[in-house]
Design a protein around this ligand. Structure first.
Ligand code: 5AD
Ligand code: SF4
Length: 354
């Protein structure tokens, strides 16, 4: 897809044209990744973070957060429970926890892989290549690292580097791919200062990175962060952090990366608890990642306020999600639900045709 086409779609107001975009993205989704919705069990195992992202409630400078790190036994029990409930993937997510012991995580991955058939996705921030290699060797399958914004100035301003460290997420994504991970990335929609041109560049970059998974969601202000206290720009070039712009980005992401797995993200379903799930999944997305983190911890994982009401941490809430998915006429995928894009890349690498 051309940059100019992306640029034209973003401010489109004509309901008929938009309806064409939704239908086209939905049909392409059906043809490329099929009708099933893959559910991922999101386990937020530590809210400790050494970074100070201006948009995130878990930033190190936010002293109001009561920090936690779950024990390996607790995580293992929750992962086993998720497998029994029918999940095919567990996503181990944390802040960029400075006390995360690489060997501890490697051992935990090994145990999850030996006791369950779960695919293991990691989402633990910017880590040293040696650690990423260790976890891959231990059996980790996938890694999520959003580039957040393709505009380097905007990225640096809102995601300051650690003193003495460079912060090149695109280089890390390349390393992750070379290690054989299935890789996921994406951006925030409506970050203060993000212009329409920036969002065009974000969407274009998704295609260039040959991603297997794409996570994108609306920016939701958190009151205890610099960006939660700052008034948003009223410029017409400022990308609005709303539902409508998120659907456009999801639909365009599907057209740009037809074979990727794309979730209706937690931020989208937080912004729109009533329809976010259905409209996201009906306009290009094919994955949902309900949190299975027990409520006592989940309440302390407030990247933004009101997060993850639509969770899967008990049987009743899991049933509610399954009901909503089936009411859309869609089925829940069984097994790992690897991205078609990843399977094709693996085949190409091993000399087969894709
Ligand atoms: N609103 C929406 N998404 C956010 N993230 C961080 N802070 C916010 C916020 N205030 C997203 C980032 C990060 C992911 C884990 O959560 O994109 O990569
Ligand atoms: Fe930490 Fe991630 Fe939040 Fe940044 S977005 S402060 S790295 S948890």
């Amino acid at each position: 897809m051309l940059r100019s086409e992306i640029r034209n779609w973003l401010p489109e107001k004509d309901p008929q044209k938009l309806s064409w975009l939704w239908q086209h993205a939905n049909q392409l989704r059906r043809e490329t990744v099929g009708g099933k919705i893959h559910l991922r069990a999101l386990l937020e195992f530590s809210n400790c973070c050494r970074r100070d992202c201006a948009y995130c409630g878990l930033r190190a400078a936010n002293r109001k957060v009561t920090r936690y790190r779950m024990s390996a036994e607790k995580i293992l029990t929750l992962a086993e429970q998720a497998a029994r409930r029918g999940f095919g993937t567990v996503v181990l997510q944390s802040g960029e926890d400075p006390k995360l012991d690489p060997d501890w995580l490697a051992e935990l991955i090994r145990k999850i892989k030996s006791r369950t058939a779960l695919a293991v996705t990691l989402s633990v921030g910017e880590r040293a290549p040696a650690e990423l290699a260790l976890w891959r060797q231990a059996g980790a399958d996938r890694y999520l690292l959003r580039f957040e914004s393709a505009n380097p100035d905007l990225f640096r301003r809102h995601h300051p580097a650690r003193p003495g460290h460079s912060c090149d997420r695109l280089a890390l994504l390349g390393i992750l791919r070379d290690l054989g991970y299935e890789i996921g990335s994406g951006m925030l929609i409506g970050l203060p200062g993000q212009t329409m041109e920036d969002l065009v560049a974000d969407l274009y970059l998704l295609g260039k990175l040959d991603l297997d998974m794409i996570g994108l969601g609306p920016f939701i202000p958190h009151p205890d962060t610099p960006l939660g206290r700052q008034a948003g720009s009223s410029s017409s070039e400022q990308v609005p952090a709303n539902e409508d712009m998120t659907y456009r980005a999801i639909a365009l992401a599907r057209l740009i990366c037809p074979r990727a797995n794309i979730p209706a993200t937690t931020a989208l379903t937080t912004l729109s608890p009533q329809h976010g799930l259905e409209l996201g999944l009906g306009r290009g997305a094919n994955v949902f990642m309900p949190s299975i983190t027990p409520a006592a911890y989940r309440d302390r994982y407030q990247i933004y306020p009101g997060r993850a009401q639509l969770c899967g941490s008990d049987n009743e809430s899991f049933r509610r999600i399954a009901y909503r998915i089936r009411a859309m006429g869609r089925e829940i995928g069984q097994g790992r639900g690897d991205a078609i894009n990843y399977l094709a890349r693996k085949k190409r690498k091993s000399g087969g045709l894709s």
